[in-house]
Design a protein around this ligand. Structure first.
Ligand SMILES: Nc1nc2c(ncn2[C@@H]2O[C@H](COP(=O)(O)OP(=O)(O)OP(=O)(O)O)[C@@H](O)[C@H]2O)c(=O)[nH]1
Ligand SMILES: [Mg+2]
Length: 305
């Protein structure tokens, strides 16, 4: 059995870690998080179907505050990425910064291969005021200073996220593209396919999470659009078809702006989703023909270690 690879969600209580964990990796809706109780024990979700042993762990805020270094040491040795979550619903960031720099200092000293990411969560694009626009810059300045004070030499850039939009999906897709070892080869296979079968954008979507593990461009607006089309496709297929029919499933959705979305299931865990321009959809036979080559390449990759 291969080594486990952990992605940890860390931050103080009530910043939104369990909400993020359950929505992105556990198929819950934002509404289902409103009554979440404080998490008492570490919650684990495995990312299925990527021929690895990747798990996303939700570390309760209470564990961060009463940190047992011996337990954390074992966990951090298996960690590939720490996603540290700040909430922007606060008057002062000093407490969040203190816990962040203490935890990141420990993690970095135990395992200097960990990739650190920082979220400024519960961000709402509605009612943006000057204060909010300055908040990201302020948090980055405070974070860099807190890390520098502890001689921790890592990048500190924050991503603005919310459970109510596409931001978490874009963020975790980018993270998977960094930490998932096979992403670069998947990207190459997708590029080769699009060379023969043009598309404005193409994504290889991981069916259980809706994250993409490969893309031709990282355009977040077309990803959001393709993800919506994919959700619709999966809803219809899972309601009206058997599991086997889903594995052979494909569809072409025509959109208002004359573009088309072409979707075709590659494996029980992966689906090709492409945004085609006005004229590209006519060659669909060519797309289907070349798909077989793409599918074979992907299946070989998933079967290899
Ligand atoms: N407005 C807003 N609320 C959010 C967002 N994400 C989470 N919440 C809410 O924040 C509350 C606390 O979220 P949790 O996910 O339980 O927080 P936690 O970080 O897991 O807390 P602990 O388990 O105590 O460590 C819930 O009521 C969520 O619905 C967001 O993006 N925007
Ligand atoms: Mg929680």
């Amino acid at each position: 059995m291969g080594k486990r690879q952990l992605i940890l969600l860390v931050g103080l209580p009530y910043v939104g870690k369990s909400s993020i964990h359950r929505i992105v990796f556990g198929k819950k809706t934002p509404g289902e998080t409103s009554n979440l109780k404080p998490t008492l024990h570490i919650q684990k979700i495995k990312i299925e179907g990527l021929s690895g042993f990747m798990e996303v762990w939700d570390i309760p805020g209470s564990i961060l505050m009463e940190m047992d270094e011996n337990i954390m040491r074992e966990i951090l040795e298996e960690t590939i990425s720490v996603v540290y979550v700040f909430t922007c619903q606060t008057q002062s960031f000093s407490e969040q910064m203190n816990y962040m720099s203490a935890f990141i200092g420990l993690a970095h000293s135990i395992n200097d291969k960990i990739i650190f990411e920082f979220l400024l969560h519960k961000w709402s694009s509605e009612g943006i005021t000057d204060d909010k626009i300055n908040m990201k810059t302020d948090v980055e300045t405070l974070g860099k200073k807190a890390l520098l004070n502890k001689n921790i030499n890592i990048d500190f850039n924050v991503t603005l996220t919310s459970i109510y939009d596409n931001s978490l999906y874009s963020f975790f897709s980018s993270l998977l593209n960094i930490v998932y070892i096979k992403s670069s080869v998947f990207n190459q296979l997708l590029e080769n396919y699009v060379e023969k079968c043009p598309a404005n954008d193409a994504f290889l979507i991981h069916i259980p999470t809706r994250l993409y593990i490969a893309s031709t461009k990282e355009s977040s607006s077309s990803y959001g659009f393709c993800k919506e089309a994919f959700n619709f496709f999966i809803d219809v297929f899972s309601t009206y078809s058997s599991e086997q029919q889903l594995e052979e499933g494909k569809t072409m959705i025509q959109c208002d702006n004359h573009s088309h979305v072409y979707l075709k299931v590659v494996s029980p865990y992966l689906c090709l989703v492409m945004l085609l321009g006005d004229t590209q959809e006519r060659d669909i036979g060519l797309y289907d023909y070349n798909f077989t080559i793409l599918q074979k390449g992907i299946q070989e990759l998933l079967g290899s270690n």
